[in-house]
Design a protein around this ligand. Structure first.
Ligand SMILES: *[C@@H]1O[C@H](CO)[C@@H](O)[C@H](O)[C@H]1NC(C)=O
Ligand SMILES: *[C@@H]1O[C@H](CO)[C@@H](O)[C@H](O)[C@H]1NC(C)=O
Ligand SMILES: *[C@@H]1O[C@H](CO)[C@@H](O)[C@H](O)[C@H]1NC(C)=O
Ligand SMILES: [Zn+2]
Length: 522
């Protein structure tokens, strides 16, 4: 074979390969384009097919409006602070108990409602339904708040509940007294108006969520378990309505949390012989530990974006993004590797891409001229839903790969199971329907909580746990959460009351309408 003919055959081959690649790209592009413009078919809600349930008017008079706001402000003014697992303001918690009894007389006197205190400051309400065949559900919220100090830069004192420009300011306004008071106020109005639920339900209000819920939520669950209770679904705090917060997304999105990341706190320690700093060993305990910590920071946990429900968040919202994001979000099957590399550049987006690693404490040394015999560091990890605690621990050992560094798990738990969010999912569809009843302009999608809630203690009572309240977040608002100038608008609080008022009635359907997914799914 001549050199020339070999060369021309190679050229031909390359030409064919380029043509093949172009063809593949064209097909990918066509499929991607079709998906971009057809995925939105699923967005509709067959409102007409829902069984009619009690439809009590949610109108409130001007006087009632003032009243519900003043109840809420009273709740904010009681400093129910959890300082630590062993230090809570019990006199404030006691005062809160009295407030609830005083401002919700219909609940506390109704023959339909049984009220119990759990561990003195948590509350369990059992509301009986007229049809005992229907599996009950449960609404959760928490009474305690994180500390707040006016000197940190609050515009008004943090337990004053003062109003500025239509907003009520104070610790607990969005975490989580808006739900505590919103749920009870909604039920109070229903009972006042003669409502009798068909489906029974529970309300659980914990008093130590901010310090893990081991007294409140854990014991409420124990009580329910001892009674053999099984729940259709649980709705707790967690995600919210995000308006202008997801970049590139036009319009507000209600994200319903279907899972929570897991957690691990790991202690790393190095012990060496002590010595004088005039004749140091090659590496000190500090040096060894610093090396281990550096390796952990440099070798982040693997990218897992797309392997958990965060994928569905973007697919549900895809049609609300402008081009070209719409194109990318509709085709995560193609763009996931690219997208996760872009997302991981910002810390808040990186939290959805992987298990995050935060080195939070580093202690060593007692004197400037003594080689420390001991150094320790603490690392806090938030585990992606596609990973387990054990896998994360194994990866830490592997990354550090140094026998001199002792790795110990201080505490931790796996990510929470993923609750259902398809068209047959009772809880998800009821919550979605209630959101759309009230805010037809909002897009509803499943989401992931990067923090944890009391609801994580409820996994033995139900397989479906949702984390959502229609608290309306605009740019800058997420920073108010556990931060300064926590606030809620008057209008938003009224909407929350109405949301629970409507949700409870919507839960009375025996079944949700049959699914239509199969006809539309691509
Ligand atoms: C509930 O009643 C109001 C009028 O009182 C009516 O406008 C609304 O359509 C009703 N909703 C349902 C779901 O039946
Ligand atoms: C605890 O709450 C009470 C109100 O019940 C309040 O007067 C007191 O200042 C609070 N204590 C602390 C340390 O916040
Ligand atoms: C509940 O209150 C009683 C009486 O005030 C007290 O003896 C008991 O220790 C409290 N229990 C808890 C769990 O705080
Ligand atoms: Zn909270």
């Amino acid at each position: 074979m001549s050199f020339q003919s070999a060369k021309s055959r190679i050229i031909k081959c390359v030409k064919l390969m380029i043509l093949g690649l172009l063809l593949i790209l064209l097909v990918l592009f066509l499929v991607a384009t079709v998906r971009t413009f057809t995925l939105e078919v699923n967005a509709g809600l067959q409102l007409a097919q829902w069984e009619k349930t009690a439809n009590i008017s949610g109108d409130i008079s001007k006087q009632q409006r003032e009243e519900l706001l003043s109840h809420f402000k009273e709740a904010i003014r009681i400093p129910t602070v959890s300082f630590s697992t062993t230090h809570q303001n019990t006199s404030a918690l006691q005062e809160f108990n009295q407030l609830l009894e005083r401002v919700f007389p219909a609940i506390f006197s109704s023959s339909l409602v049984k009220h119990e205190l759990v561990q003195n400051y948590s509350h369990l309400f059992t509301v009986s339904g007229s049809d005992p065949q229907l599996m009950p559900y449960m609404l959760l919220a928490h009474i305690d708040v994180v500390p707040a100090n006016e000197a940190e830069g609050w515009e008004v004192p943090p337990f004053s509940a003062q109003e500025l420009n239509g907003f009520i300011y104070g610790r607990g306004t969005i975490d989580n007294k808006q739900s505590v008071m919103g749920i009870l106020q909604g039920l109070e109005y229903l009972l006042e108006r003669g409502y009798v639920p068909r489906r029974g339900f529970y309300i659980g209000l914990g008093h130590d969520e901010e310090v893990n819920g081991n007294a409140g939520a854990v014991n409420i669950v124990k009580v329910l378990k001892s009674r053999g209770v099984k729940l259709q679904f649980v709705l707790d705090e967690g995600l919210a309505v995000l308006d202008g917060i997801i970049s590139g997304l036009d319009g507000p999105a209600a994200l319903i949390g279907v899972s929570e990341k897991g957690q691990a706190t790991v202690k790393l320690s190095v012990s060496m012989k002590p010595g004088h700093s005039s004749m140091p060993t090659r590496q000190s305990s500090i040096g060894v530990l610093a090396g281990a910590v550096t390796r952990l920071e440099e070798n982040r946990m693997p990218r897992l974006f797309g392997y958990g429900p965060e994928r569905s968040t973007f697919e549900h919202l895809a049609h609300e993004f402008g081009l070209p994001l719409k194109f990318i979000m509709s085709n995560l099957w193609l763009f996931t590797p690219l997208l996760s590399r872009v997302m991981e550049r910002s810390p808040d987006m990186n939290a959805f891409v992987r298990t995050t690693t935060a080195v939070t404490m580093f202690n060593s040394g007692v004197k400037y001229n003594v080689l420390p015999s001991y150094a320790e560091a603490f690392v806090n990890l938030r585990i992606h839903t596609a990973q387990t605690l054990q896998e994360v621990l194994d990866l830490i050992e592997y990354t550090i790969s140094d026998d001199r560094v002792k790795v110990e798990l201080v505490n931790g738990f796996d990510p929470l199971p993923v609750s259902s969010y398809d068209e047959e999912s009772f809880g998800f569809q009821i919550i979605k329907r209630t959101v759309l009843n009230m805010f037809p302009q909002v897009n509803v999608a499943p989401g992931i909580c990067v923090g944890n809630t009391d609801s994580r203690h409820y996994t033995e009572l139900t397989k479906d746990i949702y984390r959502f309240a229609p608290t309306w977040f605009k740019p800058g608002d997420p920073q108010r959460f556990h931060g300064i100038n926590e606030r809620i608008s008057r209008q938003n609080y009224e909407d929350l009351v109405l949301f629970y008022f409507q949700l409870i009635q919507n839960c009375d359907v025996r079944n949700i309408p049959p699914s239509h997914t199969s006809e539309h799914e691509l």
